[in-house]
Write a protein of this length. Structure first.
Length: 388
């Protein structure tokens, strides 16, 4: 017989963890960015099943909103369950077959991740080189194509590790298509914040993440493929190495059948829907303009503080402002000061630029004058602490 008091008493080995009270940060790092209250509210609405007729309708709406945001008519436009790396691996793992050659860039951290994923997919990897902090030069891309005849070409539209925006995208895709190659674009830090036109620019596949310029928590990550890319996926000799990310199987869920493949992260899909609704309300072109304008004020303010941007103005990436750490300044101490004194997140450099730059995001809901003023004032104080 059970003792009633035992039912209310915490068992000795049950962890006594307190209620969740995360700090109220202002997120000005490389992502996640501040989330709009409407998105948080959408995440607290009731769960339905992933095959519920009401959810099937939500899936359609999310796909339509994603097409608008990517500037594409691609049928195969879906949120992949997982973070940006999942949609990245879905693109690379499905479009690179064993024996294929993929051309990847060396000008930042995420080109390195592309390489790693292409190798795991059984591909052979060749590189087009450019220094960290510079975009790819179409002349080098053309040369790499002539030399290696790759089947797939990947580039990073907005390199989060260097704060560099890749210009000349239509020129790059034309080179690839002249050589019968498919183009995969990493648009994780550009989608919804920086001009991106998937169809007009001839991008065959683009992947992204929700936690940057869409200001949505991570968990469901945008991916779009045109028919040419999807034909290759459906016509593979060998199945992709990942079952979970096999787009020919995911087609069964996100395509016409709406049949079970895996249990979609329903709440993340709600969140993405609301975040994309905010994009549509603002208008995609107006949103790109806002990012340019607000981040332009941030850049000017940083320069007024005596700081130097990592990227030249021509390649400046509004959504990610990479700033050189001045000589004699401890970059980590500044980051710690901002977090401790201002509840403000910015990030240090990554890879080759570790210790050399700070990365200050200006993405989605974080791309507001209020955030810019706050980060500039806080940074001025943190630098003054170190006698700058
Ligand atoms: C350019 C780029 N590609 C890919 C990724 C990977 O995305 P995630 O960290 O969401 O898996 C990131 C994340 O910061 C990124 O900035």
């Amino acid at each position: 017989m059970s003792d009633a008091s035992a039912l209310t008493k915490r068992e000795d080995d049950a962890p006594d963890v307190g209620e969740l009270t995360p700090p109220d940060r202002t997120l000005m790092g490389p992502g996640p960015s501040d989330v709009h209250p409407r998105v948080l509210k959408a995440m607290s609405t009731p769960l339905v099943g992933h095959l519920d007729p009401s959810f099937v309708e939500i899936m359609d709406e999310v796909q339509e909103l994603l097409r608008y945001t990517f500037r594409t008519d691609n049928k195969w436009t879906i949120p992949v369950s997982g973070t940006g790396s999942a949609s990245m691996e879905a693109a690379i793992g499905n479009l690179v077959e064993p024996g294929d050659t993929m051309l990847v860039p060396t000008n930042g951290y995420f080109g390195g991740r592309m390489k790693s994923m292409a190798e795991r997919a059984g591909g052979e990897v060749v590189e087009v080189t450019a220094p960290w902090g510079e975009p790819l030069d179409p002349v080098d891309v053309e040369r790499a194509f002539d030399e290696h005849q790759p089947d797939v070409f990947g580039f990073v539209h907005a390199e989060t590790s260097t704060g560099v925006l890749q210009p000349n995208v239509p020129e790059l895709t034309e080179i690839a298509h002249d050589h019968d190659a498919l183009v995969i674009a990493d648009t994780v830090t550009s989608l919804g914040g920086v001009e991106l036109r998937v169809d007009e620019w001839g991008i065959d596949a683009a992947y992204s993440g929700p936690q940057k310029c869409l200001s949505c928590p991570p968990g469901a990550s945008p991916l779009t493929l045109n028919d040419r890319a999807m034909d290759k996926v459906l016509d593979r000799d060998e199945r992709p190495r990942s079952w979970y990310l096999d787009l020919s199987l995911l087609e069964g869920y996100w395509g016409d059948d709406r049949a079970y493949h895996h249990t979609a992260p329903i709440t993340n899909v709600y969140a993405l829907r609301e975040a994309l609704r905010l994009v549509a309300e603002e208008g995609i072109e107006a949103r790109w303009a806002r990012h340019r304008e607000v981040a332009g004020d941030l850049k000017a303010g940083l320069q007024d503080l005596g700081l130097e941007m990592n990227a030249p103005d021509e390649y400046w990436l509004p959504s990610l402002n990479a700033v050189r750490v001045p000589d004699g300044i401890d970059d980590g101490a500044v980051i710690d000061h901002l977090l401790a004194e201002y509840d403000l997140e910015i990030a240090s450099g990554l890879g080759d630029l570790e210790g050399d730059i700070w990365r200050i995001g200006c993405m989605g809901r974080s791309a507001r004058p209020k955030n810019v003023e706050y980060v500039l004032a806080a940074l001025e104080d943190a630098l003054a602490e170190q006698g700058f």
